[in-house]
Design a protein around this ligand. Structure first.
Ligand code: MG
Length: 249
């Protein structure tokens, strides 16, 4: 069942999402050669606490940290480590969520470390654009898979591929609610979109093939062919006036 949110609830989710967006923006400025993924998660946790928010991922199904840090071929759910130093030419996805007063916010972005290859920046750009193509379909009267299809069409036209194993999701009083939102599929399928739906849309896009595997740490998902992967996510609310992106600072 997809839980519709009242305007009051959407404002509570927006409050959490704004904190997430602000912290992601500040983290992006800290991502320079030499920073460790450990440093990044420490900062995210400290800033969240200072802003009156509780990090949502730490302890979620046993995830050990506040921030997911996924470098290069890592797709999602990378675990921060003191040993993982980012270097010039890397791309790193940072995925963060908080809860304030019982309502969750969730967003992610992929950051280039210094100068990266043209292919890496094309991948990041296509992934970010595909998120916005998907969001543009989050309109009353459309169906859920219109979002999915718009994302897939955008990235496949650029010869990138869509990860199948991980999907976007509803969000509100839970971090992950119904519906699941795949980033691929034919248009015109699934639930009819209604005002009051709040969705975390999050394309994960690979440079090479779509297949992924999970490493022995049981969290880190990587591309099977070890090609690069990028990830962008916004939490949005569907309103009678179109999609409202909540995860902006
Ligand atoms: Mg999410």
């Amino acid at each position: 069942m997809i839980i519709l949110k009242s305007k009051r609830e959407i404002e509570k989710i927006r409050k959490s999402c704004r904190v997430v967006a602000e912290i992601l923006a500040r983290l992006a400025e800290e991502i320079v050669p030499g920073v460790t993924t450990w440093d990044l998660t420490q900062m995210s946790e400290e800033w969240a606490t200072r802003l009156g928010a509780v990090p949502a991922f730490k302890g979620y199904h046993g995830f050990p940290h506040a921030l997911c840090t996924s470098v290069n071929e890592e797709v999602v759910h990378g675990i921060p480590s003191r040993e993982r130093t980012v270097k010039e030419g890397d791309i790193i996805s940072i995925d963060f969520g908080v809860v304030i007063d019982g309502y969750y916010g969730d967003a992610a972005l992929t950051v280039a470390v210094g100068r990266v290859s043209d292919e890496a920046s094309r991948l990041c750009e296509a992934t970010r654009e595909s998120l916005h193509q998907g969001i543009a379909q989050a309109r009353v009267g459309n169906r859920l898979s219109d979002i999915s299809h718009a994302i897939q069409a955008h990235v496949e036209a650029r010869n990138f591929s869509v990860v199948r194993e991980f999907v976007g999701h509803g969000i509100g009083r839970e971090l992950h609610e119904s519906p699941q939102i795949p980033n691929y599929g034919p248009p015109g399928r699934g639930a009819k979109l209604k005002a009051g739906m709040v969705l975390a849309i999050e394309p994960m896009i690979n440079q090479g093939g779509p297949e992924v595997e999970v490493l022995e740490d049981r969290w880190t998902a990587v591309t099977l062919d070890r090609s690069l992967s990028a990830h962008f996510e916004h939490t949005i609310a569907i309103t009678d006036n179109g999609p409202d992106i909540l995860s902006v600072a």
